[in-house]
Ligand binder design. Sequence first.
Ligand SMILES: NC(=O)c1ccc[n+]([C@@H]2O[C@H](COP(=O)([O-])OP(=O)(O)OC[C@H]3O[C@@H](n4cnc5c(N)ncnc54)[C@H](OP(=O)(O)O)[C@@H]3O)[C@@H](O)[C@H]2O)c1
Length: 303
Amino acid sequence: MKVLITGATGLVGQELTALLLSNGHEVNYLTGRKEAIKTEPNHKGYLWDVKKMTIDASCLQGVDTIVHLAGETVFQRWTDEAKKKIMDSRVNSTQLLLNALHDNKDSVKHVITASAIGIYPDDKNGHAMTENEVPPVAKNFLADVCLAWESMGMQFQELGLQHAIVRIGIVLSDKGGALEQMAKPVKMYAGAGFGDGKMWQSWIAVDDLVGIIKHIAMEKRTGVFNAVAPNPIRNRAMMEAIGKTMGKPVFLPNVPEFVMKLMLGEMAAIVLASQHVSSDTIEASGYEFKFPKLEQALQEYLV
Ligand SMILES: NC(=O)c1ccc[n+]([C@@H]2O[C@H](COP(=O)([O-])OP(=O)(O)OC[C@H]3O[C@@H](n4cnc5c(N)ncnc54)[C@H](OP(=O)(O)O)[C@@H]3O)[C@@H](O)[C@H]2O)c1
């Protein structure tokens, strides 16, 4: 395959690039930063400017599959300015790709776009949410972003391309992201749950996430796929499992919800969300998880 990746320099994109290259595939990627451009035989960077809506359309040459991951990080205070960046970076980058494909889609057959499980409504009961659960969507900014992003993505189908959406859970990795943030206080014996600690957290090992994206690409799958491990866990239990793996027990009481909201503002919605998301569809499609259990993923990324 020759794959064009957006967001290739990010946490997920770097792992996906490494996986594809090590399996003999070619990778082109789009970046907004000149200094991130590489020109290697099987790995080439191209510039785009999502704000100015410019793109080097030669990035599409010979590409059969696009994986669209780029977007401003949601892990920042949701000021009006940040919200605009988070939304625009996803909607406008998708529009840029659509514009480029409109003029030049000869070789491209398949597009995989990212979304997030933040689209699912809050539910502490542990009802396993399937891809058919939406609508209704959660009522917060993150869900609005996912919905806008997914709706834009549907336009790839109107161009006659095959299209898959990957609703990504909480990504666990040893190179930053959510696990690093959760492990930091635990390291200093200051780990605790949030709110009542009963929120369901649907996590995924980064190796499985990129494995799923590759699987969908190789098999030219279409439709919506949850990218979460088969065993979600409640928030307090997640923190205690991290503590156990690190040999630093979590014994402090949970940080109350109002404190989280004071500390993080509206963005607290991410850490206080409860989504028990089902992995049935991706498993039924033939994907076998490397890290189905949290303890296995924590051993891999924390020890
Ligand atoms: N990590 C998670 O737990 C998680 C969970 C659910 C969903 N997701 C989604 O999955 C995707 C990949 O996640 P990730 O953790 O790999 O993200 P990441 O590390 O923040 O990387 C995202 C990439 O997007 C590009 N980017 C950043 N701001 C941008 C902007 N304003 N306009 C255009 N491009 C921009 C950057 O590439 P350049 O600097 O090279 O341009 C960056 O490397 C994201 O869209 C994220 O929302 C992630």
